[in-house]
Ligand binder design. Structure first.
Ligand SMILES: NC(=O)c1ccc[n+]([C@@H]2O[C@H](COP(=O)([O-])OP(=O)(O)OC[C@H]3O[C@@H](n4cnc5c(N)ncnc54)[C@H](OP(=O)(O)O)[C@@H]3O)[C@@H](O)[C@H]2O)c1
Length: 446
């Protein structure tokens, strides 16, 4: 893959890249089926991605007709890589086994190692015989919705397809590697004003937040809506607040340190709550929630933005859902895509039905939504919340940072890109969007 890296960095065109041979193996971050029990009896917080994530050469799989090989310049850590690396809530090898039974091409994925990673920026090296819209040399980012276009249900909203999967989590050959194999309908243009690592971090969280906030499949925010965003300087939240601001809404961000409060103010979010400083105790013990704390939280929200939130952007799950349902405005929507702190949820149903609220589930995004969200990145209307960058060899440390909530925004990972700052093709657009704005999270972390 080094020959491809050198050619790309030297500005080689598609014909030059097509003339270079695809190697037999490539460097990839992966977990091993033989190690899924390595953390047996260990507390979640102590399960260490340094131990389970390995970086070494693995064989290059064959290319299916609807796929592309992409040289990965940079990738990113998502929470799903944390889940895979600590084998929670279950090892991901079961997903690969199921995919393996689907078709001849699916069988390639069922291996005793799982190459992880659900984001990437890079350059197309080869395309399969069915691929029409992409060619070697195209600079791309990759979204993680892996769908089967022969499923009728995928033709309305592809997230409805019964065998929809997340690339690099429920499929093999993910993005934390020097090469990846993806379906052509996962490809999107790379923003010309961003570096490889700035471009790599966006697709998963930006598309997810876009569907949750903007899309009719999500909460369909309108101008003037107040939107409560948990983890507002985190991976999802860092995009959610930008979509709320762009759409004329008022975000209320919740974070857990004064530094994160300042970061959100710098991003343009005026209303921010430091949940640690406020000391909310939504749970008085492991089994009992405290409604008076929900009330205190609701009062704080109203004091900040004048009314209850029309939309609550939920993902912490068990720890916050009771408060989210309570605080949401009469007739409002709690939109949820995750349950980081536990998926067995409890809330007081009276607050839901008596005040006509809705809880709506959301998961990643269809190609249309991912494409539209990416367009906003390409136009400089959504900024990459990239706060730290690690080389692929240190992927265990990068995942550990996210596992222990020590990060802000997104963590990038350099794969074939030898250093940060490469890959910017449109300096004048970068200047127009603003270097200070693009690098806000990175400078904040420095
Ligand atoms: N379904 C999907 O398509 C989809 C897509 C992306 C992510 N996810 C899931 O969504 C979750 C968040 O992902 P992410 O990338 O945003 O992760 P992240 O970068 O770790 O950010 C999550 C933030 O949530 C806040 N948080 C964590 N635990 C909390 C708690 N108990 N109470 C209140 N706030 C809490 C933290 O912010 P503060 O400490 O600053 O408050 C944290 O930074 C993960 O579980 C991930 O797997 C799902």
């Amino acid at each position: 893959m080094q020959a491809f890296a050198e050619a790309i960095l030297a500005g080689a065109g598609g014909e030059d890249l097509a003339a270079l041979p695809i190697p037999e193996s490539y460097r990839a971050a992966h977990v091993l089926a033989s190690e899924v029990e390595m953390f047996e009896g260990v507390e979640s917080a102590d399960k260490d991605p340094h131990k389970s994530l390995h970086v070494s050469e693995v064989p290059v799989p064959e290319l299916a007709p609807d796929e592309a090989y992409v040289a990965v310049m940079a990738s990113a850590i998502n929470f799903n890589t944390v889940w895979t690396s600590i084998f929670e809530p279950l090892p991901t090898f079961g997903f690969l086994k199921r995919l393996g039974k689907e078709s001849v091409w699916g069988a390639r994925h069922d291996l005793d190692y799982h190459v992880v990673g659900s984001d990437a920026s890079g350059v197309v090296l080869r395309v399969g015989s069915l691929v029409r819209n992409w060619k070697p040399g195209d600079k791309v980012v990759i979204h993680c919705n892996y769908v089967d276009d022969q499923d009728p249900s995928s033709h309305d909203d592809s997230m409805m397809a019964s065998n929809e999967r997340i690339w690099g989590f429920e499929t093999n050959f993910g993005g934390l590697a020097d090469l990846t194999v993806v379906k052509a309908n996962q490809l999107m243009p790379k923003a010309t004003h961003l570096s490889w690592e700035e471009a790599a971090v966006n697709a998963l969280c930006n598309s997810t937040a876009y569907r949750m906030i903007v899309s009719a499949n999500g909460a369909a925010m309108k101008q003037g809506d107040r939107v409560l965003v948990w983890g507002a300087s985190g991976g999802l939240g860092g995009y959610a607040v930008q979509h709320v601001l762009n759409g004329g809404g008022t975000p209320v961000g919740v974070v857990s340190s004064p530094e994160k409060v300042q970061l959100l103010h710098d991003l343009g979010v005026e209303a921010v709550i430091d949940r640690k400083a406020a000391g909310y105790r939504f749970w008085s013990d492991e089994h009992t929630q405290d409604e008076s704390e929900w009330r205190r939280f609701g009062k704080d929200l109203r004091a900040l933005v004048g009314d209850d939130p029309d939309i609550v952007f939920e993902h912490p799950g068990r720890q916050t859902m009771g408060a989210s349902v309570f605080a949401c405005k009469r007739g409002g929507t709690v939109i949820t895509c995750a349950a980081t702190s536990g998926y067995m949820i409890e809330y007081d149903n009276r607050h839901l039905w008596m005040r006509l609220k809705t809880i709506k589930g959301s998961h990643f995004a269809n190609y249309r939504e991912a494409w539209d969200a990416n367009q906003l990145v390409c136009e400089g209307k959504v900024l990459p919340p990239l706060s730290a960058v690690y080389p692929l060899e240190e992927v265990g440390e990068a995942a550990s940072q996210v596992h222990h909530n020590l990060h802000e925004g997104k963590i990038g990972v350099l794969c074939l890109a030898p250093r940060e700052g490469l890959g910017v093709d449109d300096g004048s657009l970068r200047e127009k969007v603003g270097e200070q704005r693009i690098t806000l999270f990175r400078r904040h972390r420095a």
